[in-house]
Ligand binder design. Sequence first.
Ligand code: SF4
Length: 421
Amino acid sequence: MWGHVMSDEKKPVRKKLKAASEASRFMANYYHELDAASQKGQPKIAWCTSVGPAEILRALGFLVYFPETHAAMLGATRMSTELIPEANALGYSPDICSYLTADIGAFLRGVTPLSRIYKGIEAIPKPDVLVFNTNQCRDVQDWFAWYGKKFDAPVLGIYTHRNVGKITEAHVASIAKQMQELIEPLEKVSGRSFDLDRLKRVVALSRACSELWRNVLETASAKPSPLTFFDGTTLMGPAVVGRGTREAVDVYKILLAELNDRIKDKEGAIEDERFRIYWDGMPVWGRLRAHSDLFSGLKASVLASTYCNSWIFSALDENDPFNSMARAYTELFIVRSDDEKETYIKKMLELFKVDGVIYHDAKTCPNNTNCRYGMPQRLEQQTGLPSLTINADLNDMRMISDEQTQTNVEAFIEQLEENQT
Ligand code: SF4
């Protein structure tokens, strides 16, 4: 099956969204602004985890840099695998987060994908402060601690509950308190006083960005889907690094309009969509293009994911900023118990009218891997939808067998084909 779909004359046609260039322009401006600030020492720069309290940092006038996005770029540019051993030599195991090991490895080697992609940028921006939230994992805490020492900058953190079932007032109160306690030390670094009205404005923009991003992702419920998961992994840049800014909101207004036009014209993201797939877990950054081609060549649209949905923060409310941020950053899929996760995935499978599920078992990220304790089997039993687990990794390409992936995916799509007849 694979042989014929990937022969030259049948290579899948990838339809590029015009709004993708808006997102790229946003990212270029974002990194150039950070680079300029890093060189001048003003405005101050805060490093933040991808689902950390970015709104508080922006409200205090910081430019915000997200090392995870940089680490994903190391993966997507296929720089990461050879950098990982540098961090291993310092005692960071090859089995822990390959974002962390690739990113620290890149720093030790003095390289960054930013200089390949953005003219004139030679290094990552220097932090004045680093702020993490353990809602996603403990690895971010160790990662930031290492850089805090390197740059002699303070490291602050929010320690979140894990495996949360129903979110209670006690959860919200304890996280909101930790968020409020960040204000005083952050004021000292920024040299600015905290202004509640400013925070409310930032939270309102963040919420607007989140709503638009949700609407963008939900366009994939249309048949055919105007958007794939692989598009989403790059289009989500502004939702991750730009939430709380007007510019990110503007990008998603343009993107949403274009996707709605596609729906009106019944224009799918891939040619002749026959199968609809949900992706659970991290992307394999070094294989985005290959996986996109593999699935679209089999007429399978991987159109929705837990991963891209992680930057939807529907609880944000400008009228109650601290409690709503606490709730939004605790409601996340990655923070929740298996029961909550299964309920969520079932809802998504229905919303996106899915035929099958791919689980990515990412070797170095157990936190964002959901197939190790029987979840695929339980969901298969409850929904009747077949699933396939791909063994790989986000950034360490030594963990991947491309042949095995190809064979398994082809067999899986054949199974879906049989289900349809
Ligand atoms: S969630 Fe996974 S990939 Fe992300 S920082 Fe934590 S260990 Fe790394």
